[in-house]
Design a protein. Structure first.
Lengths: 245, 610
């Protein structure tokens, strides 16, 4: 879906520009069909040069920030406020690999479940055991050294947690690999053929990683002696991922 | 048009500054210099006094004098309990949404009281520029919530100022620092003021000041240090005199003043005495020695409260203490050696202390004012919202829609629908805070969406929550089915309504006229008193005895005429009669030996003689 060009609200000239009219220089509203990548003038690729992104962010901030529009018309002030909000959200989303990947998935129209409720199949047994230990720990009030069995339980959970953290790191590496393949497909023009597969892989890997991250969080909390009553595997908003538009 | 000014509305002192050919400058007050005490008092004539004039009245008329009102901004009586206890503010009824204080026969809200302080700053600036000042940038603690920010904006408006921007105090300080140093890197600003503590971590690069994280405590400052000292002194007094002075407001203020002076001395000296005179019949002189060590031990718990916010800010910034390149100290309380030591410990480096901690925030505000005016073009502030924004969900939980430390402007859109067939309104409860439950967060207000009557679940109203560059929430709603803007009724939980602010602004115009006249009258009367006294002295002196009869007659006549008009409110007339007496005593003045009386006769104020 290509973003359309539209008429400038001020000088009526047809413009395909993202931010400012080439005719009169006035700030433009959000282009229909635009996205965060286009906002920064970047291709829809998954590996990003963060320094370059930051430079673009600073440049756009200077141009779009409400501070520059203090003496402008009310309409321009509103537009600058809007666009700055989008700019900040876009930067925040694209800066982190995970949110960037999730954003791409949503852009590509994938209503995929990145917050899985089920454990990754290859880890089912491990997770099952860990959940049993967790339940046991949560039921008994954790008092240091009081109960030999509890101490053993804590040790087991610590070991399991470390192991899970290694798995998370492994998933992260997998994600980067998928990123690279996606980018290669974009560069070679083969994206259409591989698109669906890559997106599915991306979605699944993200889901597994997120599941494990939440589990690790539960374990940490339980070990710290807090009772987590929320079922954090079904988090709707509260994770470290930002919301995209 | 006068420049846009930068105003630091502080808990203890306030300042106004502007950008003067590329360098920020503070505009001094004729009585108090750069710092105007944030104190407001109302005297027997119902006249409002601000700053230095009100400072003395803390002791002489404590019941009608307010200090540290910043601690009450944006609060209702429910959440100001700590403050009220600490400072015995005279609270009036109807204080749930906004605290109302009773001063003489007036009931004033914190924004109105702050407006009086700002009006003085405005007047000083106008006198300096010789023209009207109508626009300002005002600073707020970074950790101020929405209601506290709105209250500050309201105060500016009531003072007759268009508030172009609210700037966070640490960020403003970093502007002044960055302008000065032109350095790049990660800067931490540790701002401990009279009533609030902020810690902000910023990245300075290519003229961009990007806040990475911010944290703080809006109930923590120099006032709390003072409170400990005051409590100690009152305890000692009780032990030694058997009298409990804590209910005597005059005594408490006398002790407070003495304690603050001692506190300041202890920053330079290893030991001192807290000295004052009790307001008893004998005016008993009290001297309590205190060493710096004792002082530090006493106030350590207060200073230690700054540690958790610092740790959280570093955590949110994902930085170790070593990752900070420079630490900038802001606020008078950072002059304390123990604070400097703590900062050095926390960040493993010596803090930057070259900037004046009292003025740096106002100077930074002036820089921001200049950025808005288009004067400074190579600097830009990218600030963040300090608190997460959330909406109430089923079961009294809070769903976060914008996280703390999100760069502003920031927005988030949520879709709302109905639960019941034909439902025509949807209510949304908006909150700020990091906790999971509604009861632990700060209620901002309730929104009411008007929805077209439809079967349950059919309506699609998109609500956009936008936090603007001031850190204040703006909400708009759109029916995505019709594409129409929806009307939103907003009922804020705390603060003044727009109507109240308008009314206060109009009232201030009326009072301004009265106030001006009143001041003229008082000044004229004061001058009259001075010259009357001087004349009496001169007449009683040897020179007076050598007057020729017709001269003496003229002087007596002029004296009578002046005395006759003293009680009138016609200040022009009083001045007229003063002039007449001046004329009559011209030759007498010339023959006077006593130079003090002589210069008084010649129309100068006694304390200007040097």
């Amino acid at each position: 879906m290509e973003p359309s060009s539209s008429l400038c609200w001020n000088c009526q000239k047809r413009t395909g520009e993202e931010h400012f009219c080439t005719g009169c220089g006035k700030i433009l509203p959000q282009r229909p069909g635009t996205d965060y990548f286009k906002f920064f003038g970047l291709p829809r690729k998954l590996n990003l040069d963060l320094e370059d992104l930051e430079k673009r962010f600073y440049t756009l901030s200077r141009k779009l920030h409400p501070d520059n529009f203090h003496r402008a018309s009310p309409r321009e002030k509103l537009l600058s406020l809007d666009k700055s909000a989008v700019l900040n959200d876009a930067y925040r989303t694209l800066k982190e690999p995970l949110t960037r990947a999730e954003y791409l998935l949503s852009l590509e129209g994938q209503k995929m479940e990145v917050h899985a409720k089920q454990a990754p199949p290859e880890l089912l047994e491990e997770v099952f055991e860990l959940n049993e230990w967790l339940a046991e720990l949560k039921m008994a009030p954790p008092r240091e050294g009081q109960n030999g069995h509890l101490a053993e339980l804590r040790r087991q959970l610590e070991t399991a947690k470390t192991h899970l953290q290694q798995r998370v790191e492994a998933f992260h590496q997998e994600l980067i690999a998928i990123f690279t393949r996606w980018d290669a497909a974009v560069d070679s023009g083969n994206l259409d053929g591989q698109r669906q597969d890559l997106l599915e892989e991306l979605s699944k890997t993200l889901a597994k990683r997120n599941y494990l991250r939440n589990l690790i969080r539960d374990v940490s909390a339980a070990l710290a002696g807090q009772a987590e009553t929320r079922n954090s595997n079904v988090e709707i908003r509260n994770s470290e991922t930002a919301k995209g538009h | 048009m006068a420049p846009i000014v930068g105003i630091d509305l502080g808990t203890t002192n306030s300042l106004v500054a502007f950008m003067d050919k590329g360098l920020p400058r503070v505009i001094a007050d004729e009585d108090s210099g750069a710092l105007v005490p944030s104190i407001v008092s109302i005297n027997e004539q119902g006249q409002v006094m601000v700053g230095m004039a009100a400072l003395e009245r803390l002791i002489t008329d404590p019941r009608n004098t307010i200090f540290s009102v910043k601690r009450l901004m944006g609060k209702g009586i429910g959440d100001a309990g700590q403050e009220i206890e600490l400072f015995h503010f005279p609270v009036a009824p109807d204080s749930e949404q906004v605290i109302r204080l009773k001063l003489r026969d007036q009931v004033l809200t914190p924004p109105e009281i702050s407006a009086h302080v700002m009006r003085k700053l405005k007047a000083n600036a106008e006198k300096f520029f010789g023209e009207a000042v109508t626009q300002a940038v005002i600073t707020v603690p970074a950790y101020f919530n929405d209601a506290q920010r709105q209250a500050t904006k309201d105060a500016g408006r009531i003072a007759g100022l268009e508030v172009l921007r609210l700037v966070n105090e640490p960020t403003a300080a970093s502007l002044a620092y960055g302008l000065d140093k032109k350095k790049e890197g990660i800067v931490a600003v540790y701002d401990l003021g009279g009533g609030t503590f902020d810690i902000s971590i910023l990245k300075l690069q290519e003229g961009i000041f990007e806040v990475i994280s911010t944290n703080g405590d809006t109930h923590l400052g120099g006032d709390d240090v003072d409170a400990r000292l005051i409590a100690l002194v009152l305890t000692v007094l009780k032990q030694q005199t058997g009298v409990d002075w804590s209910d005597d407001e005059r005594a408490v203020q006398i002790v407070r003043r003495a304690v603050i002076a001692a506190k300041h001395r202890l920053s330079a000296e290893e030991g001192t005495e807290i000295t004052f005179r009790l307001p008893d019949e004998k005016r008993t002189r009290v001297e309590i020695p205190v060493t710096r060590e004792e002082f530090e031990e006493l106030v350590r718990p207060v200073i230690d409260r700054t540690v958790p916010p610092v740790r959280k800010a570093l955590e949110d910034a994902k930085l170790p203490p070593e990752g900070i390149d420079e630490v900038v100290l802001v606020g008078g309380a950072t002059r304390m050696p123990m604070v400097r030591r703590l900062v050095e410990e926390l960040f493993r480096r010596k803090p930057h202390t070259e900037l004046n901690p009292d003025e740096v925030v106002a100077l930074g505000a002036a820089v921001q004012a200049d950025i808005l005016a288009g004067g400074t073009t190579d600097m830009l502030l990218l600030d963040v919202t300090p608190l997460s924004l959330g909406i109430e969900t089923l079961g009294g939980a809070v769903a976060k829609i914008l996280h703390r430390n999100t760069t502003i402007p920031a927005s988030s859109s949520e879709m709302f629908t109905t639960f019941v067939d034909g439902q025509t309104s949807v209510e949304i409860h908006v909150l700020q805070g990091e906790r999971e439950l509604v009861k632990d967060c700060r209620s901002l207000g309730r929104l009411k969406l008007r929805v077209p009557p439809l079967p349950a679940g059919m309506a699609r109203i998109e609500v956009r929550f936008l936090i603007d560059a001031n850190g204040i929430l703006n909400v708009t709603a759109r029916d995505t089915r019709s594409g129409e803007q929806q009307s939103i009724g907003v009922k804020p939980s705390y603060g003044l309504t727009d109507e109240e602010v308008e009314r206060m602004l109009l009232e201030s115009f009326e009072h301004a006229e009265e106030d001006l006249t009143e001041r003229q009258v008082i000044e004229a009367r004061n001058e009259a008193e001075t010259i009357l006294r001087a004349t009496d002295k001169a007449l009683a002196s040897p020179a007076g005895g050598e007057l020729r009869p017709e001269e003496r007659l003229k002087i007596d006549e002029a004296l009578d005429e002046l005395k006759a008009v003293l009680d009138s409110r016609d200040y022009a007339l009083i001045r007229d009669k003063i002039g007449q007496l001046n004329q009559a005593t011209l030759r007498l003045a010339e023959t006077m030996m006593d130079s003090a009386v002589k210069t008084a006769l010649q129309g100068k104020k006694l304390d200007e003689v040097q």
